[in-house]
Design a protein around this ligand. Sequence first.
Ligand SMILES: NC(=O)C1=CN([C@@H]2O[C@H](COP(=O)(O)OP(=O)(O)OC[C@H]3O[C@@H](n4cnc5c(N)ncnc54)[C@H](OP(=O)(O)O)[C@@H]3O)[C@@H](O)[C@H]2O)[C@@H](O)CC1
Ligand SMILES: Nc1ncnc2c1ncn2[C@@H]1O[C@H](COP(=O)(O)OP(=O)(O)O)[C@@H](O)[C@H]1O
Ligand SMILES: [K+]
Length: 516
Amino acid sequence: MKIFSAEQLYEADKVTVEKQQITSEALMERAGIQIFNWLHQRLNGAPVPIRIFCGIGNNGGDGLVVGRMLIEHGYNVIVYVVNCSDKRSKNFLLNYDRIKNVTKKWPILMKGEDDFPEINAEDIIVDAIFGIGLNRCPGGWVKKLIQYLNESSAFKLAIDIPSGLYPNAPLEDTEAVLKANHTLTFQTPKLAFFLPETAPYASNFDAFEIGLDIEFLQTTEPLAQLIGKLEAQRFYRPREKFDHKGTYGHALIVAGSYGKIGAAVLSTTAAFRIGAGMVTAFVPKCGYSILQTTVPEAMVVTDSENDYLTQLSIEFEPSAMGIGMGIGKKEATVKALDGILKSKKDIPMVLDADALNILSEKKSMLKLLPKNTILTPHPGELKRLIGDWKNDYDKLEKTRQFSEKYEVIVIIKGAYTVTVYGEKLYINTTGNPGMGTAGSGDALCGVITGLLSQGYDPLLASVFGVYMHGRAGDIAAGQLGYEAVMTGDVIDNLSEAYLDLFARQEPSTTEPDEKK
Ligand SMILES: NC(=O)C1=CN([C@@H]2O[C@H](COP(=O)(O)OP(=O)(O)OC[C@H]3O[C@@H](n4cnc5c(N)ncnc54)[C@H](OP(=O)(O)O)[C@@H]3O)[C@@H](O)[C@H]2O)[C@@H](O)CC1
Ligand SMILES: Nc1ncnc2c1ncn2[C@@H]1O[C@H](COP(=O)(O)OP(=O)(O)O)[C@@H](O)[C@H]1O
Ligand SMILES: [K+]
């Protein structure tokens, strides 16, 4: 799914109205009915008070449409107009008149703190104060209203975007944003829903198609791509009958040091589970028996040194390499990495963990990175690589510049892992807090190395690998609960993640039968 900017959404709106020869008010009606249906399906006529706070732009217009539809269906609706200015958008006014036709309880004009209504915990708040047209930080009594609503324990439903949040720009005041329990957004989720500083304000959301012009949506380069199951299905490369282990390549994992051989075990196992034909682990001598015992499928080659890596020496040409998990930063290991980067220029590679820390300390080595090398930093490692950032958008911009300068792919790990490839951003939707467990990143590096070795191109291996790793983690969490998940469980569930890619959705027995 594509994520568009506010500017692109306004353009889509304009093109749609022109091409479909509809009015913008009809588009608002399309949007409003979806919000109404969502509420109606859940409330099923319940007399709970629904307090709709409408701004004076089109987001407020949406609120008025929903209010009218709810009133027409007998709900207990109280509509407020948050009079932050005396301006009114055309569609706001039109729907303001329409709502007056269906009720004698006209919208209540709010002009300051004295007008704040009492709100009970069982009420429902609908936030239609500001949408994507927010152009400055809410202040004065409007900010106080947002704070007042946040203090209430009533359920808060935001229309399009929680008020006070910019769809694709940094937050200015954390006190001036509505913390929505649920957001119903139009056409595509907004970028802010996926970034660490702003995502908590819109932690649950659904996106409703409102029939914007398909050609515009298909041909417009988005801000980012959201990667879910549909996208992952397209990335998957099926196996052919006469394929053999040679077809799926020979992956090399360069990992481990004394006390951290587990990192090599985890990435080697993950490379196998994602489908590499053969995997060799290159480890310090102390890792030999451990690897041979825990992963008998793997071949093991050892360094001349017992405790840490000093020089790669192998007698085959790997199809892909994953380097850095638990290798430490000893001077000899730095030299080993330098040697690999100078001698293995044509082999697709992933660099993780200490390999990234070494690069951060020896920035001159960045120039040695072969084109399309994949780097998989968590935020701490990223900071060491690119320097500190002012906010999430600055982080993305700096990562973009880094990716362009060194011609590499950067995977920023975390909730909603972002893969950055020059101008392109891919946001992953799988994964969960259960994956905040030791070795989780080692498994990801193994997964991506295993995909590279099967011939996936580096960008696909990154985006698909991140999806599969997160999906395996989700399945593991479903079996064990977040707390109990260990990295081994994530790796074991890579098989389920593959099966799940094309599994048919079982018909749900709990959903109401709409035909009745
Ligand atoms: N294209 C689509 O996908 C569709 C979009 N639709 C809906 O339209 C929404 C966008 O509507 P919109 O453009 O009218 O902007 P909106 O968010 O209502 O606010 C603008 C008003 O707020 C004001 N204002 C801004 N900041 C302020 C502040 N800090 N403090 C005080 N005032 C402030 C600003 O005032 P001004 O700056 O002019 O003084 C202006 O009057 C969108 O989110 C969605 O819900 C759907 O109906 C159908 C299809
Ligand atoms: N809350 C979360 N939601 C989704 N994924 C997560 C979450 N926490 C961690 N992960 C994933 O787990 C992995 C952790 O990697 P990393 O921090 O390198 O762990 P380690 O250093 O222990 O191997 C990343 O792939 C990250 O995206
Ligand atoms: K809103």
